[in-house]
Design a protein. Sequence first.
Length: 543
Amino acid sequence: MRPPAVLWWLGLAWLLAGGCAGEPAPGADHILLTTGRPITNGQLDTNPAHQGVVALRIGAVLCSGSLIAARVVLTAGHCAQDRAPEDFLVLIGTDIFGQQTFELGVVDLEVHPDYVPEQGNLPPVNDLALLLLDDSPPVGVTPLPHLQAGLGVTEADIGWPLQFVGFGLTEDDVLGRRMTVTNDLSWVCTTPGGCQIGPVRAVQNTICQDQRPGGPCSGDSGGPAFLMRSGREYVAGVTSYGDEDCLFFGCSVKVDAYQGWIDAFVSGQIGSDCEVPGDCRSGFCQDGVCCDGPCDGPCQACTTPGALGECTRLADGTGCPDGLICNGDETCQAGVCVTGDPPACEDGDPCTAGACTEGIGCTFEPLADGTPCPDDDVCDGANTCRAGACTRGRAPDCDDGDPCSRDDCDPVGGCFSEPLAEGSQCGQGACGPARCLAGVCTPSDPPECDDADPCTRDYCDPRVGCAAERLLDGDSCGDCRICLSNRCQAEPGCKPAGCACSAGGRGGLAGIASWLLMVLTAIGWSRRMRPGRLRGAGKESCR
């Protein structure tokens, strides 16, 4: 990448098959276009993002350029001076002689209105030109953003790396390959009338480097000088002029100083009103304005305040509705439209079913009668739906049948019982008042129950009073007597052990047995089926 002569690069003569030099550019016939000055320390540029760096074949001259919009190329003014659109052939590819090269024509061009060609030893001023292509580039070749005025290069950027790309000669005299070289920014000139850089005078609105370790040269005129801003690569310079041998310095046009002119040509203009893509030089009409590129995603817009005409990612959380109700509210997240949560369609009524209908929203229908609608209280019973309303069921019966316990229902745990305190009253039944003793409901003064039948067991039931339970055949109903067919009869083969009882049957063993039965009767009354006193004992005299 080297300049053709003195202080400027007018492009490189197109090499013929024999390898001879081409013709000088019109309007500069005193300048010899050479082919022997190679790029310094460059390498092949295979970066896919740089496919927008193009070669310009202009008759016998070769220049470079940058695709900054879908159909617009930015290049040096001296490459387009006194040229017509039909003189240009735009070549896209890593090697313009390769089979993958894509060719486009030019239908319009504009050299900067204040362009001044070189004058003696003074380089060209405002050395920029714009070309309008006759068609869009192939898929995958994306425009390279040019640096805006708000991000413009200043002296604070001195020392930052610039990456130069172009199709000029290499050290091996190979032409037409996209090469790159990186060098640090050394000088920034914005002074009207130019700046003194050692023995050389730079013109206003140029940025320059010292060519060490390398820099652009012949055939690289119009090519980009890339500068990084916040992780994004911008075309910050357009290769313009340098020393004859490309050894000491090189300068590029400071692109950000020409934003208004560039934008007016690129978009016709960017941010202006449009109805169809043909209204915009960029070929992109989005949201009613000319946009700098394709911007048709739901989370991108060309109408962002402060960036009108620039395709901008919408802020996270910005709505991107698809017009449907039932799939939730869509919002932008990291530039992607993300579907939200569908509407819950819940009205809080367990006896209705909610559903979402497009164009209407949530609707609710009553559930069938008998559908369970349980709540958090088990003491309500089994709740069910009736006519669209939840109806309480039958409460559980928590009575455990024990009069000496307190029965209740817990909403979570259900039925439970707690023992009453010792001595607590446990009822006033047919057997008289009773109290809890050792957890058993015991009558305080039970009545004497006797139905005069020795083959029954007599007791007092608090619910009905005195009651009797018939003994089974073979049960004892007295000394050497058993019940048979509900009658107390002598037990065959049994002999009394002696007769020490009185006529009333209250003495001896019979009296003791009678006393024990009375005690057992008093204790057993507290249960639902309490044994009575053995009728045979004490009623019969010894025989």
